[in-house]
Design a protein around this ligand. Structure first.
Ligand code: SF4
Length: 422
């Protein structure tokens, strides 16, 4: 067994390796020992968890809590391409606020090397962190905004690219791959872990879009992006907005305008994608009719009660979401799920059964495994207990792959040769 040691941090950020205690990990309901540790992947970052006292395992197998508030738990934030297996093991000092919305992953020192508890899913490809936030970016954004000083959509994307570090926004300025097309200031849900609008104490990582771009503005940017090279994607439904289906009429018009100017079978036709919670089936039907080619539907649980507890739907139900998925698969649209995974929840037997039933019944083609960025206690306070026995994320991924659905962490893009000087 590799010589794994607990990693913890002092309040000033000093990272320390414990000489005796072994590391552990947390899931929704349990403390797990001895997960599979793999070297920290490129692009991952380490962080300390304020108010979270580190816990380790002693030689007798007992859980040992370290000095409250002094010896802090440490976690890794993983890039695209990996599925988190466990969170760091900690116990919160009473009164500790919920942690910011990140995907904290358990870490350890294994034979002196920093490792984390994850399962590799796919190569980052066009989502490789090394391709983003380059020195050239600020200049590219500045030049594009100077050329269109009155374009509110580009101005928003400039903020997203430089302040939020959003990859799909940056691709608009790098002129490649999957580009962002945010459109909706409002949403029909109020997700517990919403990254653009939080009503409680936890800050949202992004500030929600305040202006609704016109169909003409959206179409102009879409055509400019798609027509710049082969196999590009333009995506409605970004982290900085509500849900695009709240503007289904404007988006149906946008897609028609785009396809009038750039037919799908044009060498640079590319793909039109929508990331959505899938709430408005009739509106979605209009957008599919106009030429939508891909959809990615957000999902925390395929069990109605658990879905509703997380999404807090307003004016729709989980049955509407299922109808939307069905409508798209019947229409030949590529259907992906944006599965918000949480160890000890997603991998429970009842949750897995419900997910597999939804995939088979409604015709899902792909599951994008996404780490749910949320404080563990905040989630536990917000959703019911998961259904069935916890089986572990590696087992869950095996079951998912065995179902025949494509398992990935991001949309597939055929990278065209990099034209821009990075
Ligand atoms: S569907 Fe998206 S925008 Fe709407 S509340 Fe959920 S995370 Fe936020």
């Amino acid at each position: 067994m590799p010589d794994a040691r607990l990693l913890y941090a002092e309040p000033d950020g000093t990272l320390l390796e414990h000489p005796r205690l072994r590391p552990a990990g947390l899931s929704f309901n349990a403390l797990a020992r001895e997960p599979l540790w793999l070297p920290l992947p490129a692009g991952a970052t380490l962080c300390q968890l304020p108010g979270c006292t580190a816990q380790g395992i002693d030689a007798q197998g007992k859980v040992r809590k370290m000095r409250p508030g002094m010896d802090l738990a440490v976690g890794a934030l993983l890039p695209t391409g990996y599925a988190r297996q466990l969170l760091p093991a900690y116990e919160k000092v009473p009164g500790t606020a919920h942690l910011p919305l990140f995907g904290y992953t358990a870490v350890a020192a294994v034979d002196g090397e920093i490792c984390a508890a994850y399962t590799p899913i796919d190569a980052p490809g066009s989502w490789d962190p090394a391709s983003y936030n380059t020195e050239a970016l600020r200049g590219l954004v500045g030049a594009r905004l100077a050329a269109a000083p009155d374009d509110p959509l580009l101005a928003q994307l400039g903020v997203c690219a430089l302040d939020y570090g959003c990859y799909t926004a940056q691709n608009i300025f790098y002129e490649r791959w999957e580009g962002a097309l945010p459109a909706s200031p409002t949403c029909s849900a109020q997700c517990v872990g919403c990254i653009s609008e939080q009503l409680g104490e936890v800050p949202s990582p992004q500030i929600r879009l305040s202006v609704a771009p016109s169909a003409e503005q959206l179409a102009d940017l879409a055509v400019a992006h798609l027509n710049g090279g082969p196999n590009r994607i333009i995506s409605f439904g970004q982290g900085c907005e509500g849900d695009p289906l709240n503007r289904w009429r404007a988006l149906a018009r946008t897609v028609r305008l785009v396809r009038d100017r750039l037919p799908a079978d044009h060498p640079h036709g590319g793909y039109i994608n929508m990331n959505t919670n899938g709430w408005h089936t009739r509106g979605l039907a209009e957008i599919v009719e106009a030429g939508l080619q891909r959809i990615r539907v957000s999902l925390f649980s395929a069990i109605d009660e658990h879905y509703s507890a997380y999404y807090k739907p307003r004016g729709y139900s989980f049955a509407d979401v299922r109808r939307s998925i069905r409508l798209c698969s019947d229409a030949g649209v590529w259907v992906a799920l944006n599965l918000l995974t949480f160890p000890g929840y997603t991998d429970c037997e009842g949750e897995m059964d419900a997910l597999l039933e939804l995939i088979a019944t409604e015709g899902v083609h792909e599951v994008q495994v996404r780490t749910l960025n949320i404080d563990r206690e905040m989630l536990r306070e917000s959703v019911p207990e998961p259904c069935g026995r916890e089986r572990g994320i590696p087992h869950f991924l095996d079951v998912l792959r065995a179902s025949g659905v494509r398992v990935a962490t991001h949309a597939w893009v055929q990278p065209d040769p990099i034209a821009v000087e990075l």
